[in-house]
Ligand binder design. Structure first.
Ligand SMILES: Nc1ncnc2c1ncn2[C@@H]1O[C@H](COP(=O)(O)OP(=O)(O)OP(=O)(O)O)[C@@H](O)[C@H]1O
Ligand SMILES: O=C(O)C1=C[C@@H](O)[C@@H](O)[C@H](O)C1
Ligand SMILES: [Mg+2]
Length: 172
């Protein structure tokens, strides 16, 4: 049987990877996975707890392992964690095992979309969320772009409309 293709969504916090990923999977009849949710399922703890107990370093090891396992599957949509691309191993895996879509959105939108949700430990600091997001963007945006097959903006249309646009660009 022909190999079923995977779609991997990358991009920063609040870009809409989890939300758009669910729509995409529904529309394409593919399985949906989210690396953050998978870490929570495996540990029985939420992301904030994992950061508290194991630090960001421990979280990144778990994230790399989860993505390693999930990229063995076929016919999935995977919403990756915003910092997962920091791992070269993960970037290589994503590039090799599926079509990588970079979801891009302005920092102001990221701030608005993440401000009511306290589940992102990197934004629960003294530093203003906008500054944290700008700092992360500087380091990570080139990494998202490096592995992206194509990029889609998520601030101009609804999540469902973005999913449709992605399907058009995938050509299947
Ligand atoms: N056009 C849109 N596309 C995607 N998400 C949107 C859109 N408009 C509003 N949102 C909202 O933005 C919020 C953040 O989206 P989501 O949690 O999917 O981001 P994420 O990229 O998965 O972030 P993280 O990396 O932190 O997991 C959600 O509450 C979602 O409903
Ligand atoms: O951008 C990041 O580093 C993160 C994004 C989220 O998806 C989670 O993986 C976690 O909150 C860290
Ligand atoms: Mg998410």
């Amino acid at each position: 049987m022909a190999e079923k293709r995977n779609i991997f969504l990358v991009g920063p916090m609040g870009a809409g990877k989890s939300t758009i990923g669910r729509h995409l999977a529904d529309m394409l009849h593919l399985e949906f996975y989210d690396s953050d949710q998978e870490i929570e399922r495996r540990t029985g703890a939420d992301i904030a707890w994992v950061f508290d107990l194991e630090g960001e370093e421990g979280f990144r090891v778990r994230e790399e392992n989860v993505i390693q396992d999930l990229t063995e599957l076929q016919g999935i949509v995977l919403a990756t964690g915003g910092g997962s691309v920091l791992s070269k191993e993960t970037r290589n895996r994503l590039s090799a095992r599926g079509i990588v879509v970079y979801l891009e959105t302005p920092i102001e939108k990221q701030v608005a979309r993440t401000q009511r949700d306290k589940r992102r430990p990197l934004l629960q600091t003294e530093e203003a969320p906008k500054e944290v997001l700008e700092r992360l963007a500087e380091e990570r945006n080139p990494l998202y772009a490096e592995i992206a097959d194509f990029t889609v903006r998520t601030d101009e249309q609804s999540a469902r409309a973005v999913a449709s646009q992605i399907i058009d660009q995938l050509g299947f």
